[in-house]
Every structure is written in C-alpha cells, then in structure tokens.
Write a protein that binds this ligand. Structure first.
Ligand code: ADP
Length: 474
C-alpha cells in the first residue's frame, strides 16, 4: 500500500484499509492507496497548522519561486504524468498532454498574481492618520478534488492556496488519486517548508473528516453540487471559508445567422471532451428554428467521425468513462429522453465503459436530460423559435457555470453575453473553454465563494485586513 505525505515525510497511514485504483482503460488494478482515517487527517491538519507561521512569513516572491520549482518537476516528468492521467482516468493521451501543458504553462501565474496582491491606501476621515488594507491567508486549507482532471484542478487550487500563504492538505478523488503522488513529490523536492503541503488519500468519508476538522479555515472543493452543498453546511457551522466549484448544465446557443460548421465543431468538442465528463462540458444545445436542422445534421456528421477506443492510441477521440456509476446516469437520462419523445439521431451504444457519443434532437426543456447534469458523451438539442426563447431556456436552470452563443450579430452577441446567467460567456467559441486570465466559476448552484483563476483566485483565498496608524497624537 502507498504512503501518505505528511509534514515533509512519506509515512505509513493509520488506515488498515486501502482503496484499489482500477484503470478504466485496462480494468487492471494500478495500485492501492490508503483510505485515510480521522487519525491520518488529524496528523495532516496538525502539520499544516504548525507550518502556517513559517509559510506566512515567506515573502510572496519566495512562495512564487517554490511554484517555479514545482513546475520544473512537472516539466521533467511530463510524459510519465500524461500517461498516468490517461491510464487512471481514461482520457485520450492528447487531452492528458493538454492538461499537463496547461498546468506547466499556467502554474507560474499564481506566483505572479501573489506578488501583485496589492492592498489599498485608504483616505482617512481624520487628520494625522494613515489607513491601508492588506490581504492575508485564512489558514490551513483543505483542497478536495474530483477525478476528471487529476492534475489541472488540483494544481490550480493548491497553487492558489500556497501562493497566498495557506498551508494545504490535499485529498484527490478516490477514483484517480495516483497523479496526486506526483504533485506531492513535486512539493517534496521543492524548498517549501515541511508541513505547508500535505497529501492524503481516501474516499468521501476522509474528505468529510477533513472539511469537518476544527482547524481547517479554508476549503477549496471541486466536485458534485450535492457534495459541495453538504460541505458548505459543514463549513458554515464554524465559519470556515469555502470556494466551491460544482456541477453545470452548460448551454451552447446557436442563432439563425451562425456559422453552422463552427458551431457544430464547438458542440462536438464540448460534449465529448473527456467523454463528456467535464463540469463545463456542453450539456445542452439550444438552436433557433432557422438553423436547427442544418446544425443537427452537421453535429451528427462530426460526432460520427469521432473514434472511440483505447485512449492510449493516437487516433482516439473518446476513451472510456470513469465508472459504471457515472455511465449509468448518462444512460438512464438518454433512455428517459427517448421514452419522452426525443429522437436518437446517432450513437448511444455501450461496450463496457466505452460509450458511443450520442446525439438527440426533439429534446424538450422539461426532460431530465435537459435539466440535470449528464456527465457523459451525449448532445441533446432543443429547438426554439428565437433568441429570446433560447436565452430564457438557457437560464431556466439551477446551474450557471459557462455558456456560449453562436451568432454573427454584434448586438445579439452582446445582448446574450449580458443576459446569460453564467460565470463565463463565450461568443463563437465552445462553452468548454478556459481563458487563462479570466475568472472561472459558476452562478447559482454551480459555484460560490469566489472564482478560480488569475487575481480572483488569490482574492478568494485571502482575507482583507484594515490597518490604521495614528501618527499625529501630540
Ligand atoms: P463525483 O460525483 O464527480 O465523483 P464527488 O462530489 O462525489 O464527485 O467527489 C468529489 C470529491 O469530493 C472527491 O475527492 C470525493 O472523495 C470528495 N467527497 C465526497 N463526499 C465528500 C464529503 N461528504 N465531504 C468531503 N469530501 C467529499
């Protein structure tokens, strides 16, 4: 059984039980990781708590330098890590390299943003007084991540926390925890003080122990809305700060004047990236009547051109889904939609965890597939009369992560960007899109507590202190 990384050392877990990590690609057991207990969680949080003073005393420049060292490790181990991500998570190797490259290229940003985490000098209402603000860390942070981007999601949350002075206890998802060992080794070989980064493995119960720990002051969670909301409640009981990035039901709106081929490409990419298992994947297509039929034809043609297969093969576009549990949600929504009158235009067959990308039209906004997160390679298309109806349906959801609109009309594009209730809106680009220096996060039940990415990330992970100095007290 693997070990845990606590207080700068690899240690045996208290946990007698382990979790087998099974590859969705080969079906083989890749490794066994500890199912960390409350005792393990305690040891990790205590180490983080002890490291607070030393981490906070470092200058932002010194913390930024640590992130550069961590990035060096990723550069040196990129091939190994990309292959591991594919093996433990199932995404095509090409997408795993997108993930490693993104993390390598963007990790230094967090350090750069941290050294520019300026305060304000505030005009005092009294003479002879100097008032200013400064941003300070919250304290020990729990970073809890899902399996679908084992490096990228973890990387962002951990970097942001460390760069702004919050010691971390990181717990990856039980389905794909092995990439986390590389993250831990990257910090181990860096000059970060012992205890400022700790790594434990385990399932939901370990996560619950961690977020419930009395000394955890900041929780950065990415995962399902149900678990995020549960964490929100636990955190509220002791006023811990949360940054929650949860589910989505992201739409792509396509209006009559759009470029059909471009819109279809965006839809097919957004629906099938990582076999549709992306929080900001394309979960709904809403097309106005004048373009609907052509768009569906084009989506079907492009979807049928995708190659489903072994994600280690260069030509593969769609690998296996992570688990039967996740696949079952997509399958039952698909079956339910067809029962309710949706038309299956393409795909939908299964072979173990491999799911042939499906396209459905005649989907109505009341169907479960148009309301609940599907998290699979399924494209449901809803036909509407006009842009007004499209925007109304797009907004009729409890989610609001990202949205996209395809139109050549400048005024329609601006109107949609303003009216769509989502944390990010992209014009003539897929909704499954990251722009490095834009904030990432959701409206409504897709997210709360601030935004990931760029300066917003650092702001969300720090608190503001107001200081006043009376220099004229004779
Ligand atoms: P998914 O449904 O995509 O697997 P989850 O929200 O269940 O996503 O899991 C995301 C992460 O949250 C995982 O690391 C998981 O172990 C953790 N987790 C699950 N339940 C809890 C909980 N009650 N408290 C804290 N973390 C949890």
């Amino acid at each position: 059984m693997r070990q845990l990384y606590i207080d700068g050392e690899w240690v045996d877990a208290d946990a007698a039980a382990g979790i087998e990590v099974i590859s969705p690609v080969t079906g083989e057991t890749l490794d066994t990781v500890p199912d960390a207990t409350a005792t393990d969680v305690d040891a990790a949080v205590e180490a983080a708590t002890r490291a607070q003073t030393e981490l906070e005393a470092m200058t932002a420049f010194e913390r930024a330098a640590v992130l550069e060292e961590v990035t060096d490790y990723f550069v040196d181990h990129e091939d190994e890590m990309a292959e591991l991500i594919t093996l433990e998570e199932g995404k095509p190797l090409r997408e795993s390299y997108d993930e490693t490259k993104y993390v390598i290229e963007s990790s230094a940003d967090y350090g750069h943003d941290a050294i520019r985490l300026f305060g304000d000098v505030v005009p005092s209402e009294h003479r002879g007084r100097f008032a200013y603000t400064q941003r300070e860390p919250y304290g020990p942070a729990a970073v809890i991540t899902p399996w679908n981007f084992p490096l990228e999601i973890a990387g962002g949350s951990i970097y942001g926390a460390i760069a702004s002075g919050n010691p971390v206890v990181f717990k990856p998802a039980e389905e794909a925890p092995l990439t986390g060992f590389h993250i831990a080794r990257a910090f181990e070989q860096s000059s970060l003080p012992n205890g400022a980064f700790n790594f434990i493995t385990g399932a939901g119960e370990t996560g619950a122990e961690l977020v419930g720990h009395r000394d955890i002051r900041l929780i950065a969670f990415t995962g399902s809305t149900a678990v995020g909301q549960e964490i929100g409640k636990v955190a509220a009981e002791r006023s811990a700060t949360v940054l929650l990035e949860m589910g989505g039901k992201d739409p792509i709106l396509v209006f009559d004047d759009a470029d059909v081929e471009l819109a279809a490409r965006a839809v097919v990419e957004g629906s099938n990236w990582n076999a549709g298992q992306v929080c900001c994947g394309t979960e709904r297509v809403i097309a106005t009547a004048g373009i609907h039929d052509d768009l569906v034809e084009e989506i079907v043609a492009q979807t049928e051109a995708l190659t489903v297969g072994d994600p280690r093969d260069e030509g593969t576009d769609v690998g296996p889904m992570i688990s039967e549990r996740i696949q079952e949600t997509a399958v039952s929504q698909l079956d339910d939609a067809v029962d309710q009158g949706a038309r299956l235009r393409s795909g939908g067959s299964r072979d173990g965890l491999f799911f042939e990308p499906a396209v459905l039209d005649r989907v109505s906004p009341e169907m479960t597939i148009a309301r609940e997160e599907t998290f699979g390679p399924v494209t449901p298309v809803i036909e509407v009369a006009d842009p007004d109806e499209a925007i109304a349906i797009a907004n009729d959801t409890r989610y609001g992560l990202q949205a996209a609109v395809f139109t050549e009309s400048l005024s329609l594009a601006h109107e949609a960007a303003g009216r769509l209730q989502a944390g990010g809106v992209f014009v003539n680009e897929t909704n499954n899109y990251w722009e490095r220096l834009l904030p990432f996060g959701g409206y409504r039940q897709s997210g709360t507590g601030g935004r990931y990415g760029s300066k917003w990330h650092l702001e969300a992970m720090t608190q503001v202190k107001g200081v006043m100095m009376n220099y004229d007290h004779d």
